[in-house]
Design a protein around this ligand. Structure first.
Ligand SMILES: Cc1cc2nc3c(=O)[nH]c(=O)nc-3n(C[C@H](O)[C@H](O)[C@H](O)COP(=O)(O)O)c2cc1C
Length: 197
């Protein structure tokens, strides 16, 4: 059985629709015996530090050359990398805030992506992702509906797909959405949303 990593990032705890959707995905994978172990990373409980000059400096040092202080600064980044590296399946949920992913999830991405770790440069200058062979499910909740926005206003799925494919080598990504959560009479059926899973 496979190992899953479940990442949640809504500020609304148990009332969160994105968390409800990603939990339904995880439960379905567990129920059909595809997943045996689930590691939880609730970003509201372990918020990623913002990148600063010192941490970026540590990111770009060769592996094994960070001193003790540098290693401490890298602790969060190393932890989220190890969780990703060990997982076969990653289920990520995010609310839509101002058309984008939650700042917590963006902060997590910024901690995860590192040259020499999640991707490397080849001799000809091209890049190769190092976390290949993984499956990602995205669960996105929004107050409005994609169909009502101007064309080109989808930024969450497209951003995460671009980052994962460019800087991690992860291309197998399926997206599920809870839409219209701010609309009157909202009635969400998670099983229906993920019936193709
Ligand atoms: C600060 C903030 C910004 C939001 N921005 C948008 C937005 O740009 N578009 C939209 O459709 N919904 C927006 N919403 C509504 C949320 O996407 C909606 O409440 C969603 O259900 C949040 O996910 P959650 O239920 O997992 O917390 C916003 C909500 C908040 C609190």
């Amino acid at each position: 059985m496979k190992r899953a990593l479940h990442i949640t990032s809504s500020a609304r705890g148990g009332q969160s629709y994105s968390r409800g959707l990603s939990t339904a995905i995880v439960n379905k994978l567990v129920t059909r015996n595809e997943v045996g172990v689930v590691v939880e990373r609730d970003l509201t409980k372990s918020p990623p530090p913002f990148l600063d000059k010192t941490l970026i400096g540590e990111f770009y040092k060769h592996a094994g050359t960070n001193d003790e202080k540098g290693s401490q600064l890298l602790a969060y980044s190393n932890a989220v990398f190890n969780e990703m590296n060990e997982a076969d399946i990653i289920v990520i949920s995010t609310p839509m805030y101002n058309l984008g992913m939650s700042a917590l999830l963006k902060g997590w991405l910024d901690q995860l992506v590192r040259v020499g770790l999640t991707y490397k440069f080849n001799e000809d200058g091209s890049r190769s992702g190092c976390l290949t062979g993984k499956k990602v499910y995205l669960a996105i909740a929004s107050g409005g509906k994609l169909a009502f926005w101007p064309e080109g206003y989808e930024f969450i799925e497209s951003h995460i797909k671009a980052v994962f494919s460019t800087y991690a080598g992860i291309t197998d990504i399926s997206t599920y959405r809870v839409e219209g959560t701010a609309m009157p009479g909202v009635n969400v059926n998670y099983e229906e949303i993920i019936q193709s899973l």
